[in-house]
Write a protein that binds this ligand. Structure first.
Ligand SMILES: Cc1ncc(COP(=O)(O)O)c(C=O)c1O
Length: 382
């Protein structure tokens, strides 16, 4: 009831709330046999992580440490960094939100590639800053030249995704160093390395932190470590930047379960290596199957592949769902398929083969490969 008018209009949200893109959900998620739509690991977490989380659960009546100091210590010692340069949180997205809160004031611009991770524009808008998306180049890669040129006096942050979600393309250390050399030192460069473990050549940008103190490296336990449901991520930065990012963190943002699970997963390098090699092998199979169908699929450094299906994207998604695999379609642009098991890869290839090749969007040659029988599906779930 309004004290002034007697009309109850209800609480009014901040204007930005109505403008936010909703994080989309893939079709068929509740019915499919294989989930290939969220870039999760299809492998369970390390048994040591599961045991550590179960043990931590028994003590869940207590609050965790304020800033995840045990996990910080494990990561810092593993990477040979001062703990003051490591910040942990409830997933790398939560950390990105903190980075934006600390370094992207209202009205400033944040330059990022597009298409890239769909959460970026949402978090940037939430922080009150403005997204400045720069189109990928013709090879589905970050156009670093154009991104550098997009930086203006209003720009406080540049966000890079390496490997890029959803296209899987990778920037090497030389390209990144050259880019950083051209960015003014007062602009923070955030390098999101959520998928770094799956890249063919090692992505090790850590050394760039010393030469470029305006760099922040964002990483996660959600992908190669198989802990998406636990919510744990970390970032590396200069001690000064790390302290500012820690200052805007909600207290107790990393649960004791997530901290224990992530620390145990961090120590289980054999499990990590097995997960990654399984994904890399299956990714090669699917990638080759797609290339054999004449599709211009870029090489991927992530646990997913990008099929530039253009106007056929929704149709391809529906075909995949009908064969038991959820995938992520970006209408008009492409379909991202998370790597899982052989049956799921074959179901995606079968969905592709079933598309009418006379319609535009997918090269007609894809049907030649399928009719030659070299990549026939062993069938999906339905
Ligand atoms: C590029 C990228 N960054 C960050 C995330 C989110 O990671 P987290 O689960 O650590 O919040 C994802 C998840 O899909 C992602 O694709």
């Amino acid at each position: 009831m309004s004290m002034h008018t007697g009309i109850c209009a209800g609480p009014v949200p901040r204007p930005v709330v109505a403008t936010l893109q909703r994080y989309s959900r893939a079709a068929g998620l509740d019915t499919v046999r294989w989930v290939g739509s969220s870039n999760e690991s299809c492998t369970s977490p390390s048994p040591a992580a599961v045991a550590a989380m179960a043990k931590a659960a028994a003590g869940a009546n207590r609050y965790p440490g304020i800033a995840g100091d045990k996990l910080v210590a494990a990561i810092a010692s593993g990477l040979g960094l001062d703990p003051g340069r490591v910040v942990v949180g409830g997933g790398s997205l939560a950390l990105l939100g903190q980075v934006l809160d600390a370094y992207a004031p209202a009205g400033s611009t944040v330059v990022h590639a597009w298409r890239s991770y769909e959460a970026y524009p949402i978090l940037i808008a939430l922080a009150g800053a403005e997204s400045l998306p720069v189109p990928l180049d013709g090879s589905h890669r970050h156009d670093l030249d154009a991104m550098g040129k997009a930086v203006t006096d209003e720009t406080r942050m540049v966000l890079l995704c390496n490997p890029n979600n959803p296209t899987g393309t990778v920037m090497d250390a030389g390209e990144l160093a050259a880019f950083l050399d051209n960015i003014p030192r007062h602009v923070l460069v955030v390098l999101d390395e959520a998928y770094r473990e799956f890249a063919e050549a090692e992505i090790d940008s850590r050394h760039l932190l010393d030469s470029h103190p305006n760099l922040v490296i964002l990483r996660t336990f959600s992908k190669a470590y198989g802990l998406a449901g636990a919510r744990a991520g970390y970032l590396l930065a200069s001690a000064g930047i790390a302290a500012n990012i820690r200052a805007v963190a909600p207290p107790f943002g990393l649960s004791s379960l997530a901290e224990a699970g992530a620390a145990a997963a961090w120590s289980d390098s054999a499990h990590l290596a097995a997960t990654v090699s399984g994904v890399v092998a299956e990714r090669a199979y699917l990638h080759e199957g797609l290339l054999a169908r004449g599709l211009p699929v870029p090489p991927s450094g992530g646990n997913f592949v990008w099929i530039p299906a253009g106007p056929r994207s929704l149709e391809l998604e529906a075909g995949c769902v009908a064969r038991g695999v959820s995938v992520r379609a970006f209408p008009g642009s492409g379909v991202r398929v998370t790597i899982s098991v052989r049956e799921a890869s074959d179901a995606v290839l079968a969905a592709l083969d079933s598309l009418d090749p006379t319609l535009p969007g997918i090269p007609a040659s894809h049907s030649a490969a399928s009719s030659a029988g070299t990549h026939h599906s062993t069938g999906g779930a339905s």
